[in-house]
Ligand binder design. Structure first.
Ligand code: ATP
Ligand code: MG
Ligand code: MG
Ligand code: MG
Length: 563
């Protein structure tokens, strides 16, 4: 690429409105332009990096035997009704109507669509196992889109879905994806860790997340130095033995298959109805957290979300709660106990509320607790240790806490989706059977930002080679003034390209300082300077982006260094 014929537009000033270094540098380097909240245009420079990531992901998926297809981003409501997710997915689902008033959503994921495709295509166990994947735009109406493409509303995801005849097959497909992800993040040159994840909300047995380690990461990860135990703190909490005494003591379970009214609850809790009891209900995709609280609503909402570990949530409306619970509006009056909601028995959640209320098929649960205690900081090492250390004592190690950015997620889904969508294949005995699924996501666009969080310095981005926009920049000093220098640079540019390097020729004619600042900012791993003085001495000035000194090398030494 000749930069004189490319569109490179860097900024001198660091954008003030960006918080994370990756967001700042992506804007400063001119990789992104914001169109709206959580919606970005990838500039030609940004797109080069995005495509590099995509290529590595695609190559490793292909190598692992997955088969690429492309599914629509607009998905009909009916499919989502079949799996009961049209409502349950929550407000992240962007719903649209066409001119005939038919309802659709913009794909946040594609379990429904791929299962619909599979049930039309697959009829026999002989066609299994199979793993279909796509690299396609997703949209999630995140409550707080932030940090640029790190948490955007529109983003690029690789999503894969495996189909197997039995559970053992599903486990093998899952392992193959786990291995492919390990190769992807290794090839991309990222420092990462795979951790146990909480698969509770989606269902299924096994689930692991891949995290790029970075201080700025939104997730807290805990791992042991004594074994290969590593988990997302959420998962560690969920797996922790029993709720701590304070909450469990006050936890009451009321076996009732029917309904509860406000009066019933007041009687159970022994509080007068006259007292103002307000409800806080947070709706976070698959999770409802309901708590009866006193005091300032807004403060409670934020605190409750924080300790419940809900990154994106909003207040549920009364109508939504009612719909979810299968009752009429008016929280707690009455609640249909037949529908499942997650009971948050976590004492830290409970500590926020007078009462935490939940219901599932088995009954109606109430935890009455004290109000007004100081909140523990949920993500300190001591706190996490407290939750998981019973568990981990025997491995003899110590628990460490690090922060991570979730860039990949693998799930064993079991038969949930296929069952709901009535998808069966014939097994070896000719019997119709529901296949086992897995799903596997990679946040392709998020990886770009995550890589910068891990690889930057005071002068800008320091790309791992695999995702750099170009591997080598050939910088020409004064190309317009000295024709022979421009010619020599051009010859080197062509020679490097022919040797298989991805090269940018900086023939824009900028002053050296400005040119070098740009090339450093955009993070090109190798810089070669062609100048009149160097040519006289028969050398090129070479500098690795990560090095502090440059060296003068002749052509052969330069080629050897680049290889
Ligand atoms: P998060 O916990 O960060 O909200 P998620 O668990 O909701 O992510 P998944 O449903 O597991 O996301 O989707 C697969 C991958 O897609 C994630 O591992 C992540 O890398 C990426 N991803 C999810 N949401 C976003 C987003 N809003 N912006 C960019 N990438 C995202
Ligand atoms: Mg999310
Ligand atoms: Mg997550
Ligand atoms: Mg996830």
């Amino acid at each position: 690429m000749r930069l004189s014929q490319f569109h490179l537009r860097t900024e001198k000033e660091t954008p003030a409105d960006a918080e994370l270094v990756s967001h700042k540098l992506m804007l400063k380097a001119g990789m992104l332009r914001k169109l709206g909240a959580g919606i970005y245009t990838w500039s030609p420079l940004g797109l080069r990096v995005l495509r590099k990531v995509e290529t590595v992901v695609r190559e490793e998926m292909d190598a692992a035997g997955a088969i690429e297809l492309l599914m629509p981003t607009i998905q009909p409501r009916e499919l989502w009704e079949q799996t009961d997710r049209w409502q349950k997915f929550g407000p992240q689902l962007l719903k649209v109507k066409d001119r005939k008033e038919q309802e659709f959503c913009y794909a946040p994921t594609a379990e429904e669509v791929v299962t619909d495709f599979a049930r039309g295509e697959l009829a026999s166990y002989k066609q299994l196992p199979v793993n279909f994947y796509q690299i396609q735009t997703k949209f999630r109406d995140e409550i707080r889109p932030r940090f640029g493409v790190m948490r955007s509303r529109e983003f690029l995801m690789k999503d894969a879905y495996s189909f197997d005849i039995d559970e053992a097959g599903m486990a093998a497909s899952y392992q193959a994806m786990h291995a492919a992800y390990t190769r992807i993040f290794t090839r991309l040159g990222l420092e990462f860790r795979a951790v146990q994840a909480d698969s509770g909300a989606i269902g299924g047995d096994a689930s692991q997340e891949f995290h790029v380690l970075a201080e700025s990461g939104e997730d807290a990860l805990v791992f042991s130095t004594g074994s290969d135990y590593a988990a997302n703190v959420e998962a560690a909490r969920a797996a922790a033995p029993a709720p701590r005494a304070a909450a469990s003591e006050t936890m009451r379970r009321v076996d009732t298959p029917t309904q509860k009214t406000c009066e019933d609850v007041a009687a159970l809790l022994d509080i007068p109805m006259a007292r103002t009891v307000k409800s806080v209900a947070l709706f976070a995709g698959k999770t409802f957290v309901l708590a009866l609280v006193r005091g300032d609503h807004a403060v409670n909402e934020i605190k409750l979300a924080k300790v419940a570990g809900l990154a994106d949530y909003r207040m549920a409306t009364e109508a939504e709660i009612a719909e979810y619970l299968g009752s009429t509006p008016g929280f707690l009056g009455p609640i249909g106990a037949a529908k499942a909601i997650r009971v948050i028995a976590d004492p830290e959640v409970a500590a926020l509320a007078d009462f935490v209320v939940g219901a599932n098929a088995a009954g109606f649960h109430i935890a009455g607790v004290n109000w007004g205690r100081d909140l523990p900081e949920p993500e300190t090492v001591a706190d996490i240790r407290d939750v998981v250390e019973g568990d981990r004592a025997e491995d003899g190690g110590t628990l460490k806490l690090v922060r991570g950015i979730e860039v990949g997620h693998v799930f064993q889904l079991g038969r949930k989706y296929a069952e709901a969508m009535d998808f069966k294949v014939l097994d070896a005995n000719g019997k119709a059977t529901v296949p086992f699924m897995g799903c596997y996501g990679v946040g392709v666009s998020r990886i770009v930002a995550a890589a910068i969080e891990q690889n930057h310095d005071a002068n800008g981005i320091v790309w791992p080679t695999a995702m750099a926009p170009w591997q080598v920049a050939v910088c020409v000093i004064n190309p317009k003034g000295e024709a022979h220098v421009a010619e020599a640079a051009d010859a080197l540019y062509r020679e490097l390209r022919e040797s298989g390097f991805d090269v940018a020729l900086d023939d824009r004619g900028l002053r050296p300082g400005a040119m070098f600042a740009d090339i450093e900012l955009i993070g090109v791993p190798h810089r070669v300077v062609v100048s009149g003085r160097g040519l006289e001495a028969g050398t090129f000035e070479y500098r690795a982006r990560s090095a502090s000194e440059s060296e003068n090398l002749d052509r052969a030494a330069l080629l050897a260094r680049l290889r």
